[in-house]
Design a protein around this ligand. Structure first.
Ligand SMILES: NC(=O)c1ccc[n+]([C@@H]2O[C@H](COP(=O)([O-])OP(=O)(O)OC[C@H]3O[C@@H](n4cnc5c(N)ncnc54)[C@H](OP(=O)(O)O)[C@@H]3O)[C@@H](O)[C@H]2O)c1
Length: 276
């Protein structure tokens, strides 16, 4: 029986088992996917013994994403771009890692609002944390030339811009609404809106009608940013789709089947979020 898991500290909140267990059932695979609470001081020993523990690999969540990136012997380009990993697997005896948030974000954007690719305007990224780097990497891979990062602490936006090079620029948080008339895609990667707390407060009154607005926060599903975008008739893309798509590459590595993100899976996790 093939086994995989998600590791973090704490780990109780993770919805990854719901996603992977749905696919195991759907494809009739005899396998398991569990939650494993791993303290930071035990991380190295845990991932060094994945094989002995019978795991083909694992997902990785807070606070271990940077540490596993350092520990892995084979690093995918996505993990190198972000400097952190969320998916581990074994290649022979070597530990390999990837950051699938970048793939997950872009796959969801393509599925939910494919017309974004026809646009040419700048991309507005709100936030400069770990997930912002994953999203920026996705837009760079898609060939975008003008990616503007707005962050509360400008130093972090500047560090992000330096990390990626000339196509990514750093901007002060307070002037974000001066740019809404030009941009083609707006992405919230801050924690604003999470659990109903805060709002990035974007004024869409001057935005073009084909602007796509994505929020990677997925609790609640309809964030203040998405509600505000929809009030102006703009296309909104929620964060749950990213969560589902980012799980695809790991499942395929561990269980040998590339799973589909279906409406049934979306509804299952959406219901779990609404009940929380
Ligand atoms: N949908 C998905 O699959 C998915 C995947 C990954 C993450 N997420 C979600 O994405 C969010 C961010 O995750 P992360 O790992 O990137 O977090 P992070 O590294 O801690 O970054 C947090 C970001 O939010 C900004 N921020 C926090 N409070 C703010 C405020 N009051 N005003 C303005 N900016 C504020 C921070 O700005 P400073 O730099 O100034 O502190 C920083 O840019 C979380 O809600 C997480 O759940 C979703």
């Amino acid at each position: 029986m093939k086994r995989a898991c998600v590791i973090g500290w704490p780990i109780a909140h993770s919805r990854s088992p719901l996603i992977h267990q749905f696919w195991l059932r759907t494809y009739g695979i005899e396998g398991s996917y569990t939650k494993e609470a791993v303290r930071p001081e035990d991380l190295k020993a845990f991932i060094g013994s994945l094989k002995e523990r019978g795991f083909a690999g694992c997902n990785v969540t807070v606070p271990h994403k940077e540490a596993v990136f350092s520990l892995a012997e084979i690093k995918s380009s996505s993990a190198v771009a972000v400097g952190a990993a969320n998916t581990l697997w074994l290649e022979g005896d070597a530990l390999a890692c990837a950051n699938t948030d970048s793939y997950g974000f872009m796959a969801n954007l393509d599925q939910s609002a494919p017309h974004w690719r026809a646009s040419r305007g700048p991309i507005m990224i709100l936030g400069a944390g770990g997930s912002a780097r994953a999203v920026i990497h996705g837009f760079l891979e898609a060939g975008r030339e003008d990616i503007r990062v707005f962050n509360r602490s400008i130093e972090r936006a500047e560090a992000t811009a330096r990390h990626f090079g000339a196509r990514v620029t750093a901007w002060a948080w307070d002037i974000r609404n001066d740019h809404t008339a030009d941009v083609s895609v707006v992405v919230n990667t801050t924690t604003l809106g999470m659990n109903g707390v805060g709002d990035p407060e974007i004024d869409f009154s001057r935005a073009g009608r084909d602007v796509v607005v994505a929020d990677i926060v997925y609790v609640p599903l309809e964030t203040p940013l998405l509600s505000s975008a929809r009030r102006y008739g703009l296309t909104g893309v929620d964060g749950l789709g990213m969560l589902l798509h980012q799980a695809v590459p790991g499942f395929e590595k561990w269980f040998g089947v590339r799973p589909e993100v279906t409406r049934e899976l979306y509804n299952l996790i959406a219901e779990n979020i609404r009940e929380a």
